[in-house]
Write a protein that binds this ligand. Structure first.
Ligand SMILES: [Zn+2]
Length: 351
Protein backbone atom coordinates (compact mmCIF):
# COMPACT_ATOMS: atom_id res chain seq x y z
CA UNK A 1 0.00 0.00 0.00
CA UNK A 2 0.93 3.70 0.24
CA UNK A 3 1.90 3.64 -3.43
CA UNK A 4 -0.81 6.11 -4.38
CA UNK A 5 0.18 9.64 -5.38
CA UNK A 6 -2.84 10.84 -3.39
CA UNK A 7 -1.78 9.09 -0.17
CA UNK A 8 -2.80 11.26 2.78
CA UNK A 9 -5.52 13.05 0.78
CA UNK A 10 -9.24 12.59 0.20
CA UNK A 11 -10.23 12.29 -3.46
CA UNK A 12 -13.37 14.31 -4.31
CA UNK A 13 -15.05 14.77 -7.68
CA UNK A 14 -13.28 18.17 -7.94
CA UNK A 15 -9.87 16.70 -7.08
CA UNK A 16 -7.84 15.74 -4.03
CA UNK A 17 -8.41 17.74 -0.83
CA UNK A 18 -6.80 18.02 2.59
CA UNK A 19 -8.73 15.68 4.93
CA UNK A 20 -8.92 18.49 7.51
CA UNK A 21 -11.32 20.39 5.22
CA UNK A 22 -14.11 17.75 5.10
CA UNK A 23 -16.29 18.88 8.02
CA UNK A 24 -19.37 16.85 9.01
CA UNK A 25 -19.57 13.92 6.58
CA UNK A 26 -22.34 11.48 5.70
CA UNK A 27 -20.83 8.30 4.35
CA UNK A 28 -23.47 6.53 2.25
CA UNK A 29 -25.76 8.62 0.03
CA UNK A 30 -27.05 8.77 -3.55
CA UNK A 31 -27.41 12.25 -5.04
CA UNK A 32 -28.58 10.64 -8.26
CA UNK A 33 -29.52 6.99 -8.72
CA UNK A 34 -31.46 4.72 -11.04
CA UNK A 35 -32.50 2.13 -8.48
CA UNK A 36 -34.89 0.11 -10.62
CA UNK A 37 -32.84 -3.04 -9.92
CA UNK A 38 -34.74 -3.40 -6.61
CA UNK A 39 -38.17 -2.75 -8.18
CA UNK A 40 -40.80 -5.21 -7.01
CA UNK A 41 -43.98 -5.61 -9.02
CA UNK A 42 -47.01 -5.50 -6.67
CA UNK A 43 -48.65 -8.92 -6.54
CA UNK A 44 -52.24 -7.69 -6.39
CA UNK A 45 -53.95 -6.62 -9.61
CA UNK A 46 -55.51 -3.58 -7.92
CA UNK A 47 -52.03 -2.30 -6.98
CA UNK A 48 -50.37 -2.76 -10.36
CA UNK A 49 -51.35 0.69 -11.58
CA UNK A 50 -49.77 2.35 -8.54
CA UNK A 51 -46.38 0.97 -9.59
CA UNK A 52 -46.53 3.11 -12.74
CA UNK A 53 -47.81 6.35 -11.19
CA UNK A 54 -45.68 9.42 -10.52
CA UNK A 55 -45.18 10.04 -6.79
CA UNK A 56 -47.85 12.44 -5.47
CA UNK A 57 -49.63 13.23 -2.22
CA UNK A 58 -52.38 10.87 -3.37
CA UNK A 59 -50.06 7.83 -3.41
CA UNK A 60 -47.35 8.85 -0.90
CA UNK A 61 -48.96 6.87 1.92
CA UNK A 62 -48.90 3.73 -0.24
CA UNK A 63 -45.32 4.41 -1.36
CA UNK A 64 -44.11 4.71 2.25
CA UNK A 65 -45.30 1.14 2.80
CA UNK A 66 -44.20 -0.11 -0.63
CA UNK A 67 -41.24 2.13 -1.46
CA UNK A 68 -39.65 -0.20 -4.02
CA UNK A 69 -42.91 -0.98 -5.82
CA UNK A 70 -43.08 2.51 -7.36
CA UNK A 71 -40.81 3.00 -10.36
CA UNK A 72 -40.92 6.79 -10.08
CA UNK A 73 -39.86 6.58 -6.43
CA UNK A 74 -36.72 4.64 -7.42
CA UNK A 75 -35.49 7.25 -9.90
CA UNK A 76 -33.43 10.13 -8.50
CA UNK A 77 -32.56 11.50 -11.92
CA UNK A 78 -33.15 15.26 -11.65
CA UNK A 79 -29.97 17.25 -11.01
CA UNK A 80 -31.83 20.39 -9.88
CA UNK A 81 -33.71 18.33 -7.28
CA UNK A 82 -30.39 16.85 -6.07
CA UNK A 83 -28.88 20.33 -5.74
CA UNK A 84 -31.86 21.78 -3.86
CA UNK A 85 -31.97 18.79 -1.50
CA UNK A 86 -28.19 18.64 -0.92
CA UNK A 87 -28.28 22.32 0.06
CA UNK A 88 -30.32 21.37 3.15
CA UNK A 89 -27.29 19.39 4.31
CA UNK A 90 -24.91 22.26 3.52
CA UNK A 91 -27.15 24.81 5.24
CA UNK A 92 -27.31 22.64 8.37
CA UNK A 93 -23.50 22.72 8.55
CA UNK A 94 -22.66 19.66 6.46
CA UNK A 95 -19.37 19.54 4.58
CA UNK A 96 -19.01 16.29 2.65
CA UNK A 97 -21.27 13.69 1.08
CA UNK A 98 -20.03 10.26 0.03
CA UNK A 99 -22.05 9.19 -3.02
CA UNK A 100 -21.66 5.43 -3.28
CA UNK A 101 -23.66 5.05 -6.47
CA UNK A 102 -21.45 2.34 -7.91
CA UNK A 103 -21.57 0.62 -11.31
CA UNK A 104 -25.04 -0.80 -11.84
CA UNK A 105 -26.85 2.15 -10.22
CA UNK A 106 -26.43 4.84 -12.88
CA UNK A 107 -23.28 6.54 -11.55
CA UNK A 108 -22.90 10.01 -13.12
CA UNK A 109 -19.45 11.60 -12.58
CA UNK A 110 -20.04 14.88 -14.48
CA UNK A 111 -23.35 15.51 -12.73
CA UNK A 112 -21.74 14.87 -9.33
CA UNK A 113 -19.05 17.44 -10.15
CA UNK A 114 -21.73 19.99 -11.14
CA UNK A 115 -23.68 19.30 -7.93
CA UNK A 116 -20.51 19.76 -5.88
CA UNK A 117 -19.80 23.13 -7.54
CA UNK A 118 -23.41 24.30 -7.19
CA UNK A 119 -23.73 23.39 -3.50
CA UNK A 120 -20.22 24.01 -2.15
CA UNK A 121 -20.18 20.48 -0.73
CA UNK A 122 -17.30 18.07 -1.13
CA UNK A 123 -18.62 15.03 -2.98
CA UNK A 124 -16.70 11.76 -2.92
CA UNK A 125 -17.72 9.40 -5.73
CA UNK A 126 -17.95 5.64 -5.36
CA UNK A 127 -16.64 2.90 -7.64
CA UNK A 128 -16.74 -0.87 -7.95
CA UNK A 129 -19.88 -2.89 -8.55
CA UNK A 130 -23.29 -3.20 -6.91
CA UNK A 131 -25.07 -6.58 -6.35
CA UNK A 132 -24.94 -9.46 -8.83
CA UNK A 133 -28.30 -8.57 -10.36
CA UNK A 134 -26.54 -5.58 -11.99
CA UNK A 135 -23.36 -7.36 -13.12
CA UNK A 136 -22.58 -7.63 -16.83
CA UNK A 137 -22.59 -11.18 -18.22
CA UNK A 138 -18.79 -11.09 -18.78
CA UNK A 139 -18.25 -11.25 -15.01
CA UNK A 140 -19.13 -14.97 -15.16
CA UNK A 141 -15.82 -15.55 -16.92
CA UNK A 142 -13.73 -12.54 -15.86
CA UNK A 143 -11.08 -12.83 -13.17
CA UNK A 144 -10.99 -10.62 -10.09
CA UNK A 145 -7.81 -9.03 -11.48
CA UNK A 146 -9.58 -8.14 -14.75
CA UNK A 147 -12.49 -6.57 -12.90
CA UNK A 148 -10.03 -4.70 -10.65
CA UNK A 149 -8.26 -3.04 -13.57
CA UNK A 150 -11.21 -0.76 -14.41
CA UNK A 151 -11.81 0.03 -10.73
CA UNK A 152 -8.16 1.09 -10.45
CA UNK A 153 -8.39 3.16 -13.65
CA UNK A 154 -11.41 5.02 -12.19
CA UNK A 155 -9.33 5.89 -9.11
CA UNK A 156 -6.11 6.82 -10.87
CA UNK A 157 -7.21 8.34 -14.20
CA UNK A 158 -10.93 8.99 -13.79
CA UNK A 159 -14.14 7.45 -15.14
CA UNK A 160 -14.20 7.13 -18.94
CA UNK A 161 -12.76 10.33 -20.37
CA UNK A 162 -14.28 12.63 -17.72
CA UNK A 163 -11.08 12.94 -15.66
CA UNK A 164 -13.29 12.62 -12.57
CA UNK A 165 -11.83 10.11 -10.12
CA UNK A 166 -13.44 7.84 -7.58
CA UNK A 167 -12.53 8.33 -3.93
CA UNK A 168 -13.94 5.10 -2.48
CA UNK A 169 -14.64 1.62 -3.85
CA UNK A 170 -18.31 1.04 -3.07
CA UNK A 171 -20.98 0.32 -2.55
CA UNK A 172 -19.76 -3.16 -3.44
CA UNK A 173 -22.84 -5.38 -3.42
CA UNK A 174 -23.01 -8.73 -1.65
CA UNK A 175 -26.27 -10.70 -1.69
CA UNK A 176 -27.42 -13.39 0.72
CA UNK A 177 -26.33 -15.97 -0.28
CA UNK A 178 -23.05 -14.48 -1.58
CA UNK A 179 -22.84 -15.25 -5.31
CA UNK A 180 -19.76 -16.24 -7.33
CA UNK A 181 -19.57 -13.02 -9.34
CA UNK A 182 -20.04 -11.02 -6.13
CA UNK A 183 -17.06 -12.84 -4.61
CA UNK A 184 -15.05 -11.65 -7.61
CA UNK A 185 -16.23 -8.04 -7.34
CA UNK A 186 -15.36 -7.91 -3.63
CA UNK A 187 -11.98 -9.50 -4.37
CA UNK A 188 -11.50 -6.94 -7.17
CA UNK A 189 -12.28 -4.10 -4.73
CA UNK A 190 -9.62 -5.46 -2.36
CA UNK A 191 -7.06 -5.66 -5.19
CA UNK A 192 -7.85 -2.01 -5.99
CA UNK A 193 -7.45 -1.08 -2.32
CA UNK A 194 -4.07 -2.79 -2.04
CA UNK A 195 -2.82 -1.07 -5.20
CA UNK A 196 -4.20 2.45 -4.64
CA UNK A 197 -4.77 2.85 -0.89
CA UNK A 198 -8.50 3.53 -1.44
CA UNK A 199 -11.17 2.79 1.16
CA UNK A 200 -13.67 -0.01 0.41
CA UNK A 201 -17.39 0.05 1.35
CA UNK A 202 -19.57 -3.09 1.34
CA UNK A 203 -23.36 -3.46 0.98
CA UNK A 204 -24.29 -6.77 2.68
CA UNK A 205 -27.42 -8.83 2.06
CA UNK A 206 -29.82 -9.54 4.91
CA UNK A 207 -28.02 -12.29 6.80
CA UNK A 208 -26.59 -11.65 10.24
CA UNK A 209 -23.48 -13.80 9.67
CA UNK A 210 -22.71 -12.50 6.16
CA UNK A 211 -20.86 -9.27 7.13
CA UNK A 212 -18.34 -11.23 9.21
CA UNK A 213 -17.82 -13.79 6.40
CA UNK A 214 -17.19 -10.98 3.91
CA UNK A 215 -14.69 -9.23 6.21
CA UNK A 216 -12.85 -12.53 6.77
CA UNK A 217 -12.50 -12.89 3.01
CA UNK A 218 -11.36 -9.27 2.64
CA UNK A 219 -8.62 -9.94 5.21
CA UNK A 220 -7.62 -13.20 3.47
CA UNK A 221 -7.28 -11.37 0.16
CA UNK A 222 -4.93 -8.89 1.81
CA UNK A 223 -7.38 -6.02 2.41
CA UNK A 224 -7.06 -3.58 5.30
CA UNK A 225 -10.09 -4.00 7.58
CA UNK A 226 -9.35 -0.69 9.31
CA UNK A 227 -9.90 0.92 5.89
CA UNK A 228 -13.04 -1.07 5.06
CA UNK A 229 -16.65 -0.07 5.78
CA UNK A 230 -19.44 -2.56 6.43
CA UNK A 231 -22.73 -0.91 5.51
CA UNK A 232 -26.38 -1.22 6.55
CA UNK A 233 -25.43 -2.49 10.03
CA UNK A 234 -28.77 -1.64 11.61
CA UNK A 235 -30.92 -3.73 9.26
CA UNK A 236 -28.47 -6.63 9.04
CA UNK A 237 -27.26 -7.22 12.61
CA UNK A 238 -29.72 -7.41 15.48
CA UNK A 239 -27.86 -9.45 18.09
CA UNK A 240 -25.38 -7.73 20.38
CA UNK A 241 -22.94 -10.63 20.21
CA UNK A 242 -22.83 -10.52 16.40
CA UNK A 243 -22.37 -6.74 16.55
CA UNK A 244 -19.52 -7.10 19.04
CA UNK A 245 -17.77 -9.75 16.91
CA UNK A 246 -18.04 -7.52 13.86
CA UNK A 247 -16.65 -4.52 15.76
CA UNK A 248 -13.69 -6.62 16.91
CA UNK A 249 -12.55 -6.98 13.30
CA UNK A 250 -11.59 -3.28 13.36
CA UNK A 251 -13.77 -2.41 10.33
CA UNK A 252 -15.87 0.75 10.15
CA UNK A 253 -19.55 0.11 10.91
CA UNK A 254 -21.94 2.28 8.92
CA UNK A 255 -25.30 3.13 10.48
CA UNK A 256 -26.37 4.45 7.14
CA UNK A 257 -30.17 4.29 7.08
CA UNK A 258 -31.07 7.11 9.49
CA UNK A 259 -34.53 8.44 8.75
CA UNK A 260 -35.52 5.27 6.87
CA UNK A 261 -38.34 4.12 9.10
CA UNK A 262 -40.10 1.33 7.27
CA UNK A 263 -40.61 -1.13 10.10
CA UNK A 264 -44.03 -1.70 8.58
CA UNK A 265 -42.48 -2.71 5.27
CA UNK A 266 -42.80 -6.41 4.38
CA UNK A 267 -39.27 -7.85 4.34
CA UNK A 268 -37.90 -11.34 4.85
CA UNK A 269 -39.43 -13.08 7.92
CA UNK A 270 -36.56 -12.33 10.34
CA UNK A 271 -35.51 -8.99 8.88
CA UNK A 272 -36.87 -5.54 9.69
CA UNK A 273 -35.85 -1.92 9.35
CA UNK A 274 -35.30 -0.44 12.82
CA UNK A 275 -36.18 3.15 13.67
CA UNK A 276 -33.75 5.89 14.68
CA UNK A 277 -34.13 5.18 18.41
CA UNK A 278 -33.12 1.54 17.83
CA UNK A 279 -30.17 2.70 15.71
CA UNK A 280 -29.02 4.93 18.56
CA UNK A 281 -29.38 2.02 21.03
CA UNK A 282 -26.99 -0.04 18.88
CA UNK A 283 -24.56 2.88 18.59
CA UNK A 284 -24.68 3.46 22.36
CA UNK A 285 -23.79 -0.22 22.84
CA UNK A 286 -20.76 0.17 20.54
CA UNK A 287 -19.67 3.33 22.38
CA UNK A 288 -19.96 1.52 25.74
CA UNK A 289 -17.86 -1.33 24.32
CA UNK A 290 -15.10 1.07 23.24
CA UNK A 291 -15.82 1.11 19.50
CA UNK A 292 -16.83 4.75 18.93
CA UNK A 293 -13.95 5.27 16.49
CA UNK A 294 -15.48 2.78 14.05
CA UNK A 295 -19.00 4.25 13.83
CA UNK A 296 -20.09 6.16 10.70
CA UNK A 297 -23.46 7.83 10.02
CA UNK A 298 -25.58 8.32 6.88
CA UNK A 299 -29.11 8.26 5.46
CA UNK A 300 -28.65 6.15 2.29
CA UNK A 301 -31.19 8.29 0.43
CA UNK A 302 -31.98 6.19 -2.65
CA UNK A 303 -35.61 7.05 -3.39
CA UNK A 304 -37.72 10.17 -3.81
CA UNK A 305 -39.86 9.68 -0.70
CA UNK A 306 -36.80 10.26 1.53
CA UNK A 307 -36.33 13.80 0.14
CA UNK A 308 -38.05 16.86 1.64
CA UNK A 309 -39.86 17.95 -1.49
CA UNK A 310 -41.48 14.53 -1.69
CA UNK A 311 -42.52 14.41 1.96
CA UNK A 312 -39.35 12.88 3.42
CA UNK A 313 -36.81 13.69 6.15
CA UNK A 314 -34.18 15.16 3.82
CA UNK A 315 -30.37 15.26 3.96
CA UNK A 316 -30.20 17.47 7.06
CA UNK A 317 -31.95 14.83 9.18
CA UNK A 318 -28.84 13.54 10.98
CA UNK A 319 -27.47 17.00 11.79
CA UNK A 320 -30.82 18.67 12.54
CA UNK A 321 -32.61 15.87 14.43
CA UNK A 322 -30.44 12.83 15.16
CA UNK A 323 -27.47 14.69 16.69
CA UNK A 324 -29.65 16.67 19.15
CA UNK A 325 -31.35 13.40 20.10
CA UNK A 326 -27.94 11.74 20.67
CA UNK A 327 -26.87 14.61 22.91
CA UNK A 328 -30.17 14.42 24.80
CA UNK A 329 -29.55 10.70 25.38
CA UNK A 330 -26.19 11.46 26.96
CA UNK A 331 -23.85 10.74 24.05
CA UNK A 332 -21.09 13.36 24.40
CA UNK A 333 -20.42 16.12 21.86
CA UNK A 334 -16.92 14.71 21.52
CA UNK A 335 -18.25 11.29 20.54
CA UNK A 336 -20.74 12.82 18.09
CA UNK A 337 -17.87 14.71 16.42
CA UNK A 338 -15.80 11.55 16.20
CA UNK A 339 -18.65 9.74 14.38
CA UNK A 340 -19.55 12.64 12.10
CA UNK A 341 -16.16 14.27 11.42
CA UNK A 342 -13.07 12.37 12.58
CA UNK A 343 -14.03 8.80 11.60
CA UNK A 344 -15.16 9.70 8.05
CA UNK A 345 -11.99 11.74 7.60
CA UNK A 346 -9.82 8.80 8.61
CA UNK A 347 -11.90 6.40 6.49
CA UNK A 348 -11.73 8.53 3.33
CA UNK A 349 -8.01 9.35 3.50
CA UNK A 350 -5.99 7.32 1.02
CA UNK A 351 -3.37 5.07 2.60
ZN1 LIG B 1 -26.93 2.66 -0.95
Amino acid sequence: MATSPIAGKVQTVLGPVDPQTLGPTITHEHLLIDFRVVFQQPGEASQAGLAEEKLSLANLGWIRHNWNSSIDNLMLIDESVAIAEARHFFNAGGGTMVDVTSNGLGRDPLALARISRATGLNVVMGGGHYIGATHPEEFERASAEEIASSIIRDIEDGVGNTGIRTGIVGEVGVSAPWSETERKTVHAAVIAQVQTGAPVLIHPGRDEELPLRVLEAVAEWGGDLTHTVMGHIERTIYSRSALKRLAETGAFLNFDLFGHDSSFYPLAPHSYMPNDAQRMDQIQFLIDEGHVDQVLLAHDVCSKHRLKQYGGHGWDHIIARVVPQMLARGISREHVDRMLVDNPRRMLTFA
